[in-house]
Design a protein around this ligand. Structure first.
Ligand code: TXA
Ligand code: MG
Length: 333
């Protein structure tokens, strides 16, 4: 299959493909998604095939307006309502009970709940409006690779496997949405992401953070619970203390490792002479910038000659929780 590269002004072409049951990658404010008509089994199956994703891992449904939500959600509990009012459009996925027989069963992987979000990206919203139905969309990477934050990343992973890629430039947040399950009391954050846990607590009060137990036969409730996620090919090591850079680098050089460094610009400047490749996470201490560049940096260094990638840690507060969650999943130690 030839994969068409679609620019902003050609969006109606992408919409036409989606209406005909094809899969199309599109930008959101978090990462690129791989979209298909959420009401069509045949279309949704194509997502799993393109990604090489296990089909018991449910998909997030993307909507452009609240009317679309009413098609497949019977009632919206007060907590969900408050979260939608406060954070939508935006990087928050809310798990609610789903009406049977509206969405393709492949979207929910047999669960009685569905994850929904209204993306805060003009192209994503316009595309969903043009198609005029909710779009199921996981991140548009090959299963196990870091999520794509540019259209080129999608092409690197999925060229020839998807009908089209809508190019919307670099994504703003760079990490996936926060996932909160409001069918449980108190609501449970299944994945930290673009909306901080502190902000959720401010909005609805107590939330519990964590991931429920998964038995072998249950569909996984959140990414990383059952399947390996976010990993580049090369081993990734997290540097948790600024004072450790020098000693870790010295040790690795003795073992003839070729070092890739993913850290703030000051750190990159300080250690670049020892590195085979570097990628800057931006200004020191700027967690929004670091999050936006994390996946991009991991992909860039993975394509370099480096045999190990060293990555700067951030404090686990605010967006730092999402950053560290992804980084720890990518790391091998
Ligand atoms: O930012 C994002 O959320 C991006 C963009 C494209 O919107 N999407 C994304 O999708 O990260 P994905 O499929 O890579 O991760 C969504 C995760 C799934 O791995 C799944 O475990 C969880 O959401 N999920 C979906 N529906 C669920 C449900 N009903 N109950 C529990 N977890 C669910
Ligand atoms: Mg993903």
């Amino acid at each position: 299959m030839d994969t068409l590269w679609i620019k902003e002004q050609e969006l109606p072409i992408a919409a036409e493909y989606l209406k005909r049951g094809h899969v199309v990658a599109f930008p959101t404010e978090t990462v690129y998604g791989l979209g298909a008509d959420a009401t069509s089994s045949q279309a949704v199956k194509r997502i799993y095939t393109a990604k090489g994703r296990p089909s018991d891992n449910p998909l997030i449904v993307h909507i452009a307006n609240r009317l679309q939500l009413e098609q497949f959600v019977a009632s919206i509990p007060p907590h969900a309502q408050q979260l939608m009012d406060h954070f939508w459009p935006g990087p928050l996925t809310i798990i609610v009970n789903v009406l049977p027989h509206v969405l393709a069963s492949e979207v929910t992987a047999g669960l009685s709940t569905v994850g929904v979000r209204m993306p805060d990206h003009p192209l994503a919203r316009r595309l969903i409006e043009l198609v005029n139905c909710p779009l199921a969309a996981p991140s548009a990477n090959t299963s196990g690779k870091p999520s794509p934050t540019t259209a080129q990343h999608v092409k690197d992973d999925l060229d020839g496997r998807v009908k089209a890629i809508v190019d919307g430039g670099e994504t703003g947040i760079g990490l996936e949405s926060t996932i909160i399950d409001i069918t449980q009391t108190p609501p449970v954050v299944l994945r930290p992401g673009g909306i901080s846990i502190e902000a959720l607590t401010q909005c609805i009060g107590e939330v519990s953070v964590g991931i429920g137990r998964v038995t072998h036969n249950d569909p996984p409730q959140a990414p990383g619970m059952k399947y390996r996620h976010y990993s580049p090919q090369q081993p990734v090591k997290v540097i948790r203390n600024t004072d450790h850079w020098q000693s870790v680098i010295t040790k690795l050089l003795k073992k003839n490792e070729k070092i890739g460094i993913l850290a703030n610009e000051r750190c990159v400047a300080q250690f670049c002479e020892h590195a085979t490749a570097t990628y800057s996470l931006g200004e020191a201490g700027d967690i929004a910038q670091a999050s936006q560049r994390l996946y991009r940096g991991l992909r860039a260094l993975d394509q370099s000659e480096a045999t190990i990638i060293l990555v700067e840690a951030y404090a686990k507060v605010g967006l730092g929780q999402a950053y560290m969650n992804r980084l720890e999943k990518a790391s091998t130690d």
